[in-house]
Write a protein that binds this ligand. Structure first.
Ligand SMILES: Cc1cc2nc3c(=O)[nH]c(=O)nc-3n(C[C@H](O)[C@H](O)[C@H](O)COP(=O)(O)OP(=O)(O)OC[C@H]3O[C@@H](n4cnc5c(N)ncnc54)[C@H](O)[C@@H]3O)c2cc1C
Length: 392
């Protein structure tokens, strides 16, 4: 089978890996001119961790990743007000656990493809024409080609979804929060292996020190208007407006932002669909069922979806219709539960009131106790899915 995958993020290359391993012929098309590196730091665990294990990636991921020691909550003067040892988190989710830049995870998965997969960088699909026997795809820059199947693995704002299933508004559920993240070099202070969080009413800033003197910053803030400035200057202005008078290290973090050209900025949304397949086209990862950063698990879930879709295609022989149906049947209820649970945690990322912050600080302090961590973290985050064995 010739399978075109749009998007070389997490889901796309993971799918290509398994398809190639099962003897199919994947092709990746990625809009960016090269693999996107760096980016925000993600937590990685659960079903995706197990898929990475089956791909033999764990030694590399654990070497690249950070074993965070402590999650520390501070007040506007930088005084510690709460926190917990980070191993409470790994213990509660019941699987291996690491934290690493999203781009490093993407590069590790992509690196595992070797020369099995053709990648077209710097292009995107302009048109999809599905027939009974195949799919004619026209690229914006590389002409037209024929494939047996097309997979949309192109993220929250999926272009394949837009082309085949319709406008994003039908499927997007905005959670009332915006997010911005960037990396800066040489920032001080550094608190090695401590994830620093400064919550305020309606917003939060976090920082995490990485290797090579780099620091990652993450802003989340409540905003009832889903629209955002589309240009970097407008996005920086909005962040200055929201955080300049916020206390803690906000003024100096904003000063560091001024020297940076790459700021991730988006609304925090989920994608909720009733079907992920349409003819010979299928969606995976954020394109199909974005859980949002609130779940802290989108990468792992994207990898699990990729693993199951490839496995079902192998299992189904040429019967892609049955394979698509089994993939959706296995994964959709699980993803819907994850979305529900993530949506409930929105107030943790942009606390609604001073009382909410006090309560959260209280709970965070109690997370030192294993049974409390298990109740508050494990309940919603542990993966209640058993990955099938597809014969490798
Ligand atoms: C701030 C933040 C923090 C997060 N924290 C965590 C966390 O702690 N743990 C976790 O597991 N997850 C986390 N996530 C979620 C996680 O990043 C995503 O769920 C995950 O990256 C989804 O993978 P994906 O491959 O589906 O999409 P993406 O990683 O978004 O990849 C999509 C790819 O498609 C490409 N693309 C887009 N449009 C086109 C097009 N038209 N044509 C071709 N290619 C295209 C993009 O360039 C990109 O390479 C976080 C997300 C955010 C925003």
């Amino acid at each position: 089978m010739r399978i075109l995958i749009s998007g070389a993020g997490i889901a796309g290359p993971a799918l290509a890996y398994w398809l190639a391993r099962y003897g199919m012929t994947p092709t990746l098309v990625e809009r960016a001119p090269r693999l996107r590196t760096g980016g925000y730091v993600i937590d990685f665990w659960g079903a995706g961790f197990e898929v990475a294990n089956r791909m033999g990636l764990l030694p590399d991921l654990l070497r690249t990743g950070y074993a965070v020691r402590e999650v520390r909550v501070v007040d506007r003067n930088g005084q510690k007000v709460s926190g917990f040892p980070a191993d409470a988190f790994s213990r509660a989710v019941g699987s291996g656990f690491t934290s690493l830049p999203r781009g490093d995870l993407a590069a590790t998965i992509y690196g595992a493809l070797g020369d099995t997969t053709e990648t077209i960088f710097g292009d995107t699909i302009a048109h999809i024409d599905q027939t009974k026997d195949d799919v004619q795809v026209t690229f914006e820059r590389h002409g037209s080609r024929t494939f047996d199947l097309v997979v949309g693995a192109d993220g929250l704002h999926s272009h394949v979804r837009e082309l085949v299933f319709g406008p994003e508004q039908q499927f997007e559920r905005y959670l009332g929060i915006k997010v911005a993240a960037f990396e800066a070099e040489g920032y001080r202070p550094r608190d090695e292996l401590v994830y620093m969080m400064y919550p305020q009413v309606g917003q939060e800033v976090s920082r995490f020190s990485m290797r090579n003197d780099r620091t990652m910053f993450l802003f989340t803030f409540a905003d009832s208007d889903p629209k955002s400035p589309s240009d970097l200057a407008g996005q920086k202005a909005l962040l200055r407006d929201r955080f300049a008078r916020s206390g803690w290290e906000c003024p100096q973090i904003l000063a560091a932002m001024e020297h940076v050209n790459d700021v991730y900025f988006d609304r925090v949304s989920q994608i909720r669909m009733d079907r992920w397949t349409q003819g010979r086209t299928v969606l995976i990862g954020d394109a199909a069922a974005c859980v949002s950063l609130l779940a802290g698990e989108g990468t792992g879930l994207a990898m699990a979806e990729a693993y199951v879709l490839a496995g079902e295609l192998r299992h189904g022989g040429g019967d892609y219709i049955a394979a698509f149906a089994r993939y959706q049947e296995r994964m959709m209820p699980f993803l819907k539960r994850k979305q529900e649970s993530a949506a409930q945690s929105a107030s943790s990322f942009a606390p609604k009131s001073a009382c909410g912050i006090t309560f959260r600080n209280f709970v965070t302090r109690l997370l030192r106790l294993p049974f409390v961590a298990d109740f508050f973290i494990g309940r919603g985050l542990r993966d209640d899915i058993k990955l099938p064995d597809y014969g490798f």
